[in-house]
Write a protein that binds this ligand. Structure first.
Ligand code: ATP
Ligand code: LTN
Length: 355
């Protein structure tokens, strides 16, 4: 029996993790629950879209879905308050524009659900610092001056564990960079369960083979990130000309062949984006560009990205015309899943001896 199945059995058998079963009638077989988060640390990129968002959208009928704009994670590095406020709403609107359907998925803002922070504190107290010292994202984000990094940045993965564990999540659809954090989440759940009795489901990461790590356009050795320099990423709101220009300038190599060769990271990355957006096989793509140069390939890729993002941008414009509706929708999303987080938190507090 896989861990997730045994965790499910534990949950469905009743106490202690009954949060999920209280909202779904016992007669309906429960779908697996997915939870994922995205930081409002800038405008989301094509990497966020291809590595995470498009899967969230495509699989809404398969899972019981919870998606969260993780503003508390964003403030682990300095943010301008006005920009953060704007980015948070922009991101929520963009997720809807990409196809997150509020009827099928609960979408809300992390800081509107204080249960996450409260659970995170409890989990902080069962997480050895040795585990956090191994987190590669902390090392990358803290940079050379680790002493200056905030305690929030250090404890970031524990808040992420709280996000996930609060909902008795089965699976976490993320890009490849989050694999280590999901594994830590399992370890934290396991450590808590071992010490205090079965309380949390141990979730698994859902990471796709292709597209889980879209690379930066100007440095294909680094992952594409919304908090890096403008020319390194395509944002979901970039106008068509900016998209074409950024792709035309993307770093490739001095060779000529257009083939999927992982040892040539620049062209491999662009080909991967082409593969994902066109839905064509690698053989068909290589055949199509066999007698063409980088310039033609990049022009074709530019058009493909523009075609993919144009409808998203149009829907975004419609959604932002009505800010009141967006706020109401986010409040409904939070209200829908709050009982789950409250039930888990109550159990965890009781287990620890706080109530
Ligand atoms: P920041 O630059 O602020 O660290 P980010 O864009 O790297 O942000 P998040 O907003 O935290 O990352 O990520 C949201 C989701 O997008 C996560 O599941 C993450 O794994 C995924 N993701 C981020 N960047 C990429 C990428 N380059 N390729 C594939 N997936 C990605
Ligand atoms: N750490 C993630 C964002 C994140 C998240 C989560 C992802 C915060 N909480 C819960 C999945 C589940 C990141 O940096 N991409």
């Amino acid at each position: 029996m896989s861990t997730s199945t045994s965790a499910r059995a534990r949950r469905d058998s009743g106490a202690p993790a009954t949060a999920a079963t209280t909202v779904t009638p016992a007669t309906t077989p429960r779908r697996e629950r997915v939870f994922s988060g995205i930081k409002p640390s800038g405008t989301p990129t094509l990497g966020n879209y291809l590595g995470a968002i498009r899967h969230w959208v495509a699989e809404q009928d398969i899972y019981d879905n919870i998606y969260c704009v993780v503003d508390l994670h964003a403030i682990t590095v300095p943010q301008d308050p006005a920009e953060l406020r704007a980015n948070t709403r922009q991101l929520a609107a963009l997720l809807l524009a990409c196809g997150i359907d509020p009827e099928r998925s609960a979408l809300f803002i992390q800081s509107h659900m204080p249960e996450h922070s409260e659970l995170a504190w409890i989990l902080n107290c069962v997480t050895p610092t040795g585990w956090l010292n191994r987190m590669t994202q902390f090392k990358a984000k803290a940079g050379a001056d680790r002493e200056a990094a905030s305690a929030g940045l250090y404890a970031y993965p524990v808040l992420m564990a709280a996000d996930i564990l609060a909902y008795q999540t089965d699976a976490v659809p993320v890009g490849d960079d989050q694999r280590q954090h999901v594994e830590l989440t399992r370890d934290i759940a396991n450590a808590f369960n071992y010490r205090f009795g079965a309380t949390f489901v141990e979730p698994r990461a859902l990471i796709r083979e292709v597209g889980a790590r879209i690379m930066s356009l100007d440095d294909p050795a680094k992952k594409m990130s919304k908090s890096e320099s403008e020319g390194s990423y395509i944002s979901l709101l970039d106008p068509p000309d900016a998209i074409r220009k950024k792709i035309a300038r993307a770093t490739t190599d001095s060779q000529r062949t257009i083939v999927f060769d992982e040892s040539r990271p620049g062209i491999y990355n662009l080909l991967t984006i082409y593969e994902l957006l066109s839905g064509q096989s690698r053989e068909a793509i290589e055949a199509e560009f066999a007698s063409k140069g980088y310039k033609e390939f990049k022009a074709a890729l530019g058009e493909l990205v523009v075609t993919a993002l144009t409808p998203v941008q149009a829907r975004y414009a419609e959604i932002t015309e009505n800010p009141g509706q967006l706020d109401a929708l986010l409040a409904r999303g939070a209200a829908r899943v709050r009982p789950l987080a409250q039930a888990t938190l109550r159990t965890a507090k009781a287990r620890v001896g706080l109530i």
